[in-house]
Design a protein. Structure first.
Lengths: 376, 312
């Protein structure tokens, strides 16, 4: 590595440390000084950012479409709640039940649908999104199911008993940070590169020995697991669940936001979660939800999401707005970092050039018809 | 036996709607390779158009004070036909303006169809609210309008809907097999580049495909509205069954999708009728389970296996 490269790297690292420290400071300030309502909303944002990150993995890394992410979140919430209420599991472990349930349902949906064209996964997940509230209503009934237990902060935290929302926020943030860190690491490594290879050149990836079907299956299970974990985490600040929490519109809105704001970094999932939670609050605060006519349409949530989806489709060809910024990076950073891969690519292109030269030397071979004509 | 017969008769009207939606979805997917997720919402929107035409100017209309254009109330059948015509224009417009510029990228195209889905839903909610409204049936619908066959009641309404859908889809088949436009459509679905090379105007054919699909969806929505009433979410359930039925045809065979529509409606009615713990709402779950099982056991649907696997 050159001296200039090392200097840039250390500057970047320092910038990251400063930004992270500032972010943690802001979080602490908000957690301790904002109103309980805002802190609870922020906990929901942090939890849902995991579900968005799962969608980013699917759409931007694997090129797959899932229209049932809201249902996966719901599955996680259901499992988390019932593992405590019915099996007496400790409340702190409850998000892990969501993770397991989401992974399992993701795999069950993925196994049949991934054997066929990509549209089948979209079809099956959309069906799941529509069916989930109906199933939950049948299983849990019309009334909400409340969590049997609470989250009391340990004494060493100094958080008062009435301020349980602060402790809940830190729990959700801890789970989410660890998961995002782990998954981002996974995506930066060979698995992430294999995901991209299976998205862009599936046949070439197969030729290089990448098990494309199995990889996509793992991707859908991972995405489902992240959504399930998000569902489990949502139960920490919310404490109850019913069939109205995760309608099919939620899945479609999540897909719209993940498409618009997703990028190669999982951190891009956060804007989507913020908009999903705070947009309805903002619209209600401005009394826009009760307006009708053309003005009311433009100010409605459905129109905003539709405009976002159409703008993403036209302006970014479905790659998301974050992609526009990523493309502006210098070319050298877009090249594969793995030296072995680079050398293989160079070797292959040299071989290709030599083949072209050989073809030039041999000249055009006559086709069968011209040979027959000569014979005749 | 009479109960079984009754349930079979009961599944006819729903089966027609599922079959029509499945055919519409298959037609679009077959020609463009795009899964039109807005198909249900387009049908729902058309049903509201039919409602406006059938009831005349309504105090609920919020977007325009000039409702004189609509004039007096139309008969229900005329209103449905009017809505079908308007829907065909909307379908063609959607293909030309929204889908075609981005059709090269399937992810963007599916995103755009979802954009249309949300846009139509938002428009209808802002125009008419979420209330349930009633559009009558174009067929006789009183208690007396029925035939008693083997102790079961076969309603004129159900027979009318079924026969209309069979006739329309039969016409569509004739259109595809006996006309130049149909030949062009089949050529485009089979080999788009080859069609371009022999001088077929592919873009126009695709636009026609979208228009026909929207028209079929509108007809299904208008006919079934007499049974299920008109609501912004009226097509959600129908869309799931329609998608499941289209899957049985491998998303590419309109004939098998049509059969699948009736098959799913039959299963839905029988499960709801004979299995004690399955109520009318939960049948949707069973449809989903059947769909998953079909994909597990026979990923190509009812299509010949080789043909389906070539499409990967």
């Amino acid at each position: 590595m050159t001296a200039q490269g090392s200097q840039t790297s250390s500057v970047k690292r320092a910038a990251w440390i400063i930004v992270s420290t500032a972010f943690i400071a802001v979080c602490l300030r908000v957690a301790f000084f904002a109103t309980p309502k805002i802190v609870t909303d922020l906990s929901n944002v942090v939890a849902l950012s995991l579900a968005f990150a799962g969608l980013v993995v699917l759409t931007h890394y694997l090129g797959l479409l899932s229209l049932g992410q809201g249902a996966f979140v719901g599955v996680g919430a259901y499992a988390a709640l019932h593992v405590v209420n019915d099996f007496g599991a400790p409340v702190l472990w409850m998000p892990l039940a969501g993770l397991l349930a989401g992974t399992l349902v993701g795999a069950v949906v993925a196994i049949p649908s991934l054997r066929l064209p990509k549209a089948y996964l979209a079809l099956l997940t959309l069906s799941l999104a529509v069916a989930y509230p109906i199933i939950l209503r049948q299983v849990d009934g019309n009334l909400p199911v409340t969590l049997n237990g609470g989250f009391v902060a340990p004494s060493w935290t100094g958080i008062a008993e009435n301020d349980e929302h602060i402790w809940e926020f830190f729990l959700v943030a801890a789970y989410a940070s660890v998961t995002l860190f782990f998954v981002q690491g996974l995506l930066r490594g060979p698995i992430g590169r294999a995901f991209i290879a299976s998205r862009d050149q599936p046949e070439a990836a197969r030729a290089f020995g990448i098990p494309v079907y199995r990889l996509r299956l793992y991707g859908v299970a991972l995405s489902g697991g992240m959504a399930g974990l998000a569902g489990g985490l949502l139960m920490i600040p919310t404490n109850f669940n019913d069939y109205t929490h995760f309608p099919e519109e939620l899945s479609i809105k999540m897909f719209a936001l993940a498409m618009a704001f997703g990028g190669s970094r999982l951190i891009s999932a956060i804007p989507g979660a913020i908009i999903l939670i705070f947009l309805p609050v903002w619209l209600i605060d401005r009394n826009w939800v009760v307006e009708y006519g053309w003005v009311g349409l433009v100010k409605s949530e459905g129109f905003i999401y539709a405009a976002l989806l159409l703008a993403t489709a036209y302006l970014t060809k479905g790659k998301g707005f974050m992609h526009l910024f990523e493309r502006r990076q210098p070319k050298s950073k877009m090249q594969p970092s793995n030296r072995q891969v680079t050398s293989v690519v160079r070797g292959l292109s040299d071989l290709d050039e030599q083949l072209v030269q050989l073809e030039g030397l041999v000249g055009d071979r006559p086709d069968i018809r011209s040979r027959q004509e000569t014979k005749d | 036996m009479s109960l079984f017969l009754q349930r079979t008769f009961d599944s006819l009207a729903n089966g027609s709607a599922y079959a029509a939606l499945a055919v519409a979805i298959s037609m679009v997917f077959r020609s463009t390779g795009i899964l039109n997720l807005a198909q249900g919402q387009l049908a729902m929107f058309s049903t509201y158009i039919a409602l406006v035409l059938a009831t005349g100017p309504s105090p609920y209309m919020k977007f325009s004070s000039n409702t004189d254009l609509i004039g007096a109330a139309w008969p229900v059948w005329a209103a449905i036909l009017g809505a079908v015509a308007i829907s065909m224009v909307i379908g063609a417009f959607t293909e030309r303006v929204i889908i075609r510029p981005i059709s090269a990228d399937p992810v963007a195209a599916v995103g755009a169809t979802l954009g249309v889905y949300l846009l139509l839903g938002a428009f209808v909610r802002k125009q008419w609210g979420g209330r349930t409204m009633f559009l009558g049936s174009p067929f006789p619908q009183t208690v007396e309008d029925r035939w008693d066959i083997g102790g079961a009641r076969l309603w004129h309404d159900s027979v009318g809907i079924t026969l209309t859908m069979i006739a329309v889809l039969g016409l569509l088949a004739v259109l595809q097999r006996r006309t130049k436009a149909g030949l062009a459509f089949r050529a485009v679905t089979s080999n788009r580049t080859g069609s371009l090379l022999v001088g077929i105007r592919v873009s126009r054919v695709l636009m026609l495909g979208w228009a026909l699909a929207a028209g079929i969806g509108a007809l299904a929505g208008g006919l079934i509205a007499g049974e299920i009433n008109v609501r912004p979410d009226m097509m959600g359930r129908l869309l799931v069954f329609g998608l499941a039925a289209a899957t049985l045809g491998g998303l590419r065979s309109p004939v098998l999708a049509f059969v699948g529509g009736y098959l799913f409606a039959f299963l839905e009615t029988m499960l709801g009728g004979y299995v004690s713990f399955v109520d009318s709402q939960v049948t949707l779950v069973w449809a989903l389970l059947v769909l998953i099982i079909v994909l597990f056991v026979r990923p190509s649907g009812l299509m010949p296996r080789t043909e389906a696997w070539q499409q990967r």
